[in-house]
Design a protein around this ligand. Structure first.
Ligand code: ATP
Ligand code: MG
Length: 401
């Protein structure tokens, strides 16, 4: 009799899940929020943050600090690492230290940022409803009453400022100045080097008492970070060095971004595991890169505003390498068909640049002899993918063919 189980693909999938990951001994290590025990190439920054925070251990206020550096340069992981070490140390010396962490992109509003600060001092703040000033007053009162020393980490602080302005930071820094006994020190983290320009000079002088820069990693450093991570995450002999080197080269070397490299390694491992392979090799990395690129484009397409979607469709429905004029004609046609407002050529020019920046199209200005110059536009993505995403749009679904 044929054993049905061996021939049932779903059984194979389930059995594999029960028996665990084939190549990984510890999949969590490849998550981007995992904090490794060692953070090579960041000694200088670790020591500098440590030196800034150290006065806390003796009950003195520490300076506010700004951490800068491009995306994936280790700002978040290094600050968590130092804070964890400080917490360990303070548990035996000073129990008045409180640590508050908020990622302003995740928390979303100034109010939520403050409620993260409140929960670090065990203060319950209603979900909404109080004025910002009142929330701050309650936080300040409790810190003062208990003489707490608070370190408040505001990760991706540029998001808060660019979305809501610097009012909330102004209120916080003002309250901090008059806080006694107890204090709050702020560590702001930003990957936008121009972020300081958004700040009122009073806020800037208060926040930027000290600054630490995180330079991009070199290609060699990314390779070494990835190798260390792989040794911890993979079972013995279940990855090839070639695969790690390729991950580092494809993801990290251009921008010095360790996150992209770790993400690529994780997705490669997932693909290898799904395939049932016993060793991660370069083939999996190449498939993973394609998948990540496809996911990135999918997200970018999904979050385009309606007018940009219409414009992209106009490009895809025109000949490849068409001129701005041809695209505009198509665009007008689609707008009329769907009853969408027709934007001016000037506005469309702006939208074209945005699509170009997102890597969805490429534009090329060419000289056309005595008639001057014209812009040629080429789509960089497949029409099938665009159709797949845009058919979900209630306005556009009727014109997709
Ligand atoms: N020196 C390092 N050693 C080991 N892993 C590192 C190191 N630096 C960064 N990483 C890893 O790279 C990834 C990205 O790091 P991190 O999140 O700290 O970047 P970031 O500078 O905060 O970027 P962003 O500005 O986009 O938030 C994480 O998975 C982190 O563990
Ligand atoms: Mg970060």
């Amino acid at each position: 009799m044929i054993n049905k189980k061996n021939h049932d693909p779903l059984d194979v999938v389930f059995d594999r899940a029960i028996s665990g990951n084939i190549i990984l001994k510890n999949p969590n290590i490849l998550n981007s929020d995992y904090i490794p025990e060692k953070l090579p190439f960041r000694d200088k920054q670790i020591i500098a943050i440590g030196q800034t925070l150290a006065p806390l251990l003796k009950g003195s206020r520490c300076s506010n600090l700004l951490l800068y550096g491009k995306t994936g340069t280790g700002k978040t992981v290094v600050s968590h690492y130092v804070i964890n070490r400080l917490t360990e140390k303070s548990s035996c010396t000073n129990n008045k230290i409180r640590l508050a962490y908020t990622n302003t992109r995740v928390s979303g509003t100034g109010y939520r940022v403050l409620s993260d600060l409140a929960s670090s001092v065990d203060l319950d703040i209603p979900f909404t409803g109080l004025a910002i000033g009142e929330v701050l007053k309650r936080i300040i009162n409790i810190i003062s009453k208990n003489e707490y020393f608070v370190v408040f980490i505001l990760d991706e602080i540029d998001y808060l400022v660019k979305t809501y302005g610097d009012n909330i930071l102004y209120e916080i820094t003002r309250s901090i100045n008059s806080l006694h006994p107890g204090f709050i020190s702020i560590i702001g983290i930003s990957n936008d080097l121009q972020f300081k320009e958004y700040l009122d000079p009073r806020v800037l002088s208060s926040l930027g008492e000290e600054e630490i820069v995180f330079p991009p990693y070199t290609a060699e450093e990314i390779k070494s970070i990835l190798e260390q991570r792989a040794i911890m995450a993979f079972k013995e002999n279940s990855f090839s060095l070639g695969a790690i080197n390729l991950c580092a080269a494809l993801a990290g070397s251009e921008h010095g971004d360790a996150r992209r490299a770790v993400d690529l390694l994780r997705v490669s491992a997932e693909i290898s595991d799904r395939e049932g392979a016993t060793k991660l090799d370069e083939k999996h990395v190449r498939i993973a890169l394609q998948k990540m690129e496809r996911d990135r484009i999918y997200d970018a397409l999904n979050s385009l505003p309606l007018q940009a979607k219409v414009l992209l469709l106009s490009i895809l429905y025109s000949n490849n390498n068409c001129s701005t004029g041809q695209v505009y004609e198509k665009y007008e046609l689609i707008c009329k068909k769907t009853g969408i407002e027709i934007l001016t050529q000037r506005r469309i020019s702006g939208l074209l640049s945005e699509l170009d920046l997102l890597g969805l199209i490429s534009t090329n200005v060419i000289s056309t002899g005595r008639y001057g110059r014209t812009k040629k536009i080429k789509s960089l993505i497949s029409i099938e993918l665009v159709k797949e995403v845009f058919t979900k749009d209630t306005v556009l679904c009727s014109i997709i063919h």
